[in-house]
Design a protein around this ligand. Structure first.
Ligand SMILES: Cc1cc2nc3c(=O)[nH]c(=O)nc-3n(C[C@H](O)[C@H](O)[C@H](O)COP(=O)(O)OP(=O)(O)OC[C@H]3O[C@@H](n4cnc5c(N)ncnc54)[C@H](O)[C@@H]3O)c2cc1C
Length: 571
């Protein structure tokens, strides 16, 4: 039986399913939530999974919004909780879901297993500790964080920026992606909807077919360039009078942002140049779950925003939407030139330009990037594939390693290879291991389509020899068809390996570039073959290709930058 008043049509609801309640102790969770959030949310209180599901079904039929579902373990055990959260996820996939456990219950094996399993299967976002005092601010912090995440991702509340454009306009997609990656909240109205027409009319642009951006302060941009859009929300795309720096960092992915934070905090005048938006590859990750300190995971855009603000507060200068196209040396300075001709110079340079994974190139699959389609090994996703059908695309060693890793969790793993043989591209030991692990290998096969409701559920495979196609259920598609480092623009004298990755430290001295090394000292660990020019993160040969390792390298390189600058200043 629902204990709350009927939910309001306009307000999102918080739904609590609390089976067990010690009447001698605290108020019911729903009462605590009502006191704190009752002004903005409806709180629905149920006492069994079945009642909770009936209420949620009825709320869905009435088109009500649900922001959060909290449910504790029923006395009958965790199988019932699995079933309840599974159905809640189907009814309200966007709602935040958390298992409520008692303080200390994590020591209980069954509870711990339930938490791990439910998170791995994506049935809950996290767990919450049952409040044991009033007010329990720790409990409320968990709830508030859920509500913030829900609000940012889903709610229909007004946003800072409104984009109005034709529904499938590629340019509008680019502009929206730029906003998302820069952490700018926006709403999108196709121009043929009532909301779209009304927004265009409010700006006197009824007949406009180009994308229109309306800012909450009244400014209107019609078909803006990336730079105009960036300027409008306060991101700097031109250099001011200051063009001399101690350090220029190229690339604002995790490695570059870490370098900026450490350099600026240690007093180096630092410029970061980024050709797109901050965050790099990580910025496109919907949830990074293996970065230290973020147990519930953090979106790449959110992590990048925090790092950007941290660097900015320490005094880093940013030049965004500017691609660097040249690096020269003049009078002891490293001079960097951007595509639009702007120049800046510094005593040291950190190259943090990362890589791009080759894309699968199938639009229906691109739509599921991060929602079942993953680029790179995405080890953090492996547990979520427990018991599920998983496909790995690629015939190289990285694809083989990913398939092996995934086979520890997935119900089945299939390797999809375009070529006629694995031996052409994969080491024999891996081929043997794949065979022993029972991983299916489909040769001469490519993925041509895929779909699902909100996340990937099926893919279509095509036999390249016969042209025959077949559709198969798929929860995960891991694409490992090669990564390309962003080093084409660098002068030839900066040594790289056959794939374009930059050589640093000992690797320099083992290459042809050793003869050109001009100093008595050896190159420092992260230094390229040009003294004072460093490489960190994914662009560096032998890098680990993870957010944490990119951040680690970006942090430690600054100590080496200090050494180089100090030596340059010595008479
Ligand atoms: C979809 C996805 C999900 C991922 N999930 C995880 C995860 O869950 N956990 C994890 O640990 N790792 C994950 N990774 C890997 C992780 O994101 C990378 O290892 C990490 O971002 C590397 O950081 P980086 O700074 O070295 O390079 P990048 O992130 O690639 O950043 C490089 C930046 O340099 C800029 N740049 C390049 N050339 C130029 C130029 N000439 N001028 C100016 N700017 C330039 C680029 O635009 C880019 O912004 C994921 C990767 C992807 C693609």
């Amino acid at each position: 039986m629902a204990m709350s008043v009927q939910p309001d049509q306009r307000r999102p609801a918080l739904v609590v399913i609390e089976h067990e309640h010690d009447t001698t102790g605290q108020d019911r969770i729903a009462d605590q939530l009502r006191r704190r959030y009752g002004g903005d949310y409806d709180v629905v209180d149920e006492r069994s999974g079945a009642a909770g599901l009936t209420t949620l079904e009825s709320m869905r039929e009435r088109g009500l919004q649900v922001a959060l579902v909290l449910c504790d373990q029923p006395p009958s055990g965790s199988a019932a909780t699995d079933a309840v959260f599974g159905q809640v996820k189907q009814l309200y996939p966007e709602a935040k879901r958390a298992l409520v456990v008692d303080w200390g219950a994590w020591a209980d094996r069954e509870t711990a297993d339930a938490i791990h399993r439910l998170i791995a299967l994506g049935k809950i976002d996290y767990y919450a500790l049952r409040p044991w005092r009033t007010p329990d601010e720790y409990f409320h912090r968990t709830v508030t964080e859920f509500l913030l995440e829900w609000e940012r991702a889903v709610s229909a509340a007004p946003r800072e920026v409104t984009v109005v454009a034709q529904r499938w306009s590629p340019r509008a997609h680019e502009l929206r992606s730029l906003l998302v990656r820069n952490g700018v909240q926006h709403q999108f109205h196709p121009s043929d909807t009532d909301e779209g027409r009304s927004a265009l009319a409010s700006a006197g642009l009824e007949d406009t077919t180009a994308p229109v951006i309306l800012l909450h302060d009244g400014r209107v941009l019609v078909d803006p360039t990336n730079s105009q859009l960036a300027d409008a929300y306060g991101v700097s795309t031109t250099l001011g009078d200051e063009t001399d720096f101690d350090l220029i960092v190229v690339g604002a992915g995790p490695a570059g942002l870490a370098a900026a934070v450490y350099a600026s905090s240690e007093g180096l005048r630092t410029l970061v140049v980024e050709r797109e938006s901050i965050g790099g590859q990580a910025g496109s990750s919907s949830l990074i779950r293996n970065y230290l300190g973020f147990a519930r995971g953090i979106s790449g855009a959110e992590l990048a925003q925090r790092a950007y603000q941290q660097a900015w507060v320490f005094g880093t200068t940013f030049l965004l939407m500017n691609e660097l196209v040249d690096l020269t040396d003049e009078d002891g300075w490293h001079v960097l030139t951007a595509a639009d001709g702007q120049q800046a110079r510094a005593r040291a340079v950190v190259l943090a330009t990362g890589v791009s994974y080759r894309r699968i190139g199938v639009p229906s699959l691109e739509a599921f990037a991060g929602a079942g389609v993953f680029y790179g090994a995405s080890v953090s996703e492996a547990r979520a594939m427990a018991g599920e059908p998983v496909y790995v695309v690629g015939g190289g060693n990285s694809a083989g390693q990913a398939a092996m890793y995934l086979s520890r969790y997935a119900g089945s793993v299939t390797l999809l290879v375009r070529g006629a043989s694995l031996a052409e591209s994969m080491s024999q030991y891996l081929i043997d291991a794949i065979d022993a692990a029972g991983i299916r290998v489909r040769l001469r096969t490519e993925v041509v389509d895929g779909g699902g409701a909100g996340r990937l559920a099926w893919i279509e495979l095509r036999d390249r020899e016969t042209g025959r196609t077949r559709t198969e259920p798929a929860t995960g598609l891991f694409v490992l068809i090669g990564a390309e480092p962003h080093t084409d623009w660098l002068p030839e004298r900066i040594e790289r390996d056959q794939w374009g990755y930059l050589l640093t430290g000992p690797d320099v001295m083992e290459s042809h570039a050793a003869q050109r090394w001009p100093l008595d000292r050896q190159p420092l660990m992260l230094e390229t073959c040009v003294p004072g020019v460093f490489a960190v993160g994914d662009v560096r040969r032998r890098s680990v290709k993870r957010v944490a390792s990119a951040v680690g390298e970006g942090s430690v390189v600054i100590q080496q930058v200090h050494q180089v600058i100090a030596a340059a200043d010595r008479p």
